[in-house]
Design a protein around this ligand. Structure first.
Ligand SMILES: Nc1ncnc2c1ncn2[C@@H]1O[C@H](COP(=O)(O)OP(=O)(O)OP(=O)(O)O)[C@@H](O)[C@H]1O
Ligand SMILES: [Mg+2]
Length: 243
């Protein structure tokens, strides 16, 4: 596999993860460069979410290394990794359904070293990116549509000013219009220099949004390519992702 073009931000080397006795990740190796959008594609159950959870410290790999800016981070708890600059938006979004949109966003702002002025800037920024969240700032999170909840989950991750966001199937189950909006926000984050590891099953969107993609099967990376060198009809896509 060729080396990534950008300086490495997050690196995963030979990761092995088990759930009980089930060996799920069989030596996953991947890299995300600073400010890079990298897709992680694969069919249901191949280990995409487990890879993100292993990076985020939600499951403990039995073997392998995870580094953030060359510092080993395997074994650190999720809240520490969040403070170090790793944002995570899980598959189930996990927003607080009973809290308002504003309260959800504030959970990401209540941390040391953020001035009131900076908090306001960060809130203004997400309301500019996601006007609908501004309109619904006093509404309970649970009353938002699926797409709006996804936006809220991404916006909340942005409050932590991450260096990278691990995005787990952000467009799953969303209407095409919402998929385009998520695609746009990935573009905006990329322009701002935020790296993204994008787990998806939407191949065209991922190829469009990312610079590189990894394709996973049975707990390992089987293929790696520059996104512009692949298209949905490529034999590799058909082999690992075709129906
Ligand atoms: N908590 C768990 N305990 C036991 N097995 C699990 C657990 N979570 C996931 N698995 C199994 O691990 C394998 C990989 O799951 P994972 O969620 O990482 O796949 P995925 O690629 O994200 O799939 P999907 O596209 O369906 O989200 C699957 O066989 C799944 O059934
Ligand atoms: Mg998954």
């Amino acid at each position: 596999m060729s080396a990534p073009a950008a300086a490495s931000l997050v690196s995963v080397e030979d990761l092995h993860t088990f759930y009980g006795k089930s060996h799920i990740l069989h030596g996953v190796t991947l890299h995300v460069g600073k400010g890079e959008v990298v897709g992680l594609l694969g069919r249901n159950g191949v280990g995409k979410s487990t890879t993100l959870k292993s990076i985020m410290g939600l499951v403990q790999p039995t073997k392998g290394a995870v580094t953030l800016e060359s510092q080993p981070i395997a074994g650190l708890p999720p809240h520490k990794l969040a403070r170090m600059g790793i944002g995570y938006v899980p598959e189930d979004r996990r927003i607080f359904k009973l809290l308002t949109v504003m309260e959800n966003l504030r959970t990401g702002l209540d941390r040391a070293g953020v001035t009131e002025a900076r908090k306001k800037e960060l809130l203004d920024k997400v309301f500019a990116y996601f006007p609908v969240l501004g309109e619904r700032r006093d509404q309970a999170g649970g009353t938002l549509s699926g797409g709006e909840q996804q936006m809220l989950a991404i916006a909340r991750a942005m409050m932590l000013e991450p260096k990278i966001i691990l995005l787990d199937e952000p467009t799953e189950g969303l209407m095409p219009r919402m998929v385009s909006q998520i695609r746009e926000i990935i573009g905006v984050l990329h322009k701002e220099g935020v790296a993204i590891l994008l787990v998806e099953q939407n191949v065209p969107m991922t190829l469009e949004a990312s610079q590189r993609v990894y394709i996973m099967e049975k707990g390992a990376i089987r293929h790696h390519a520059a996104s512009k060198e692949l298209n949905v009809n490529d034999p590799v896509i058909q082999e690992y992702l075709g129906v």
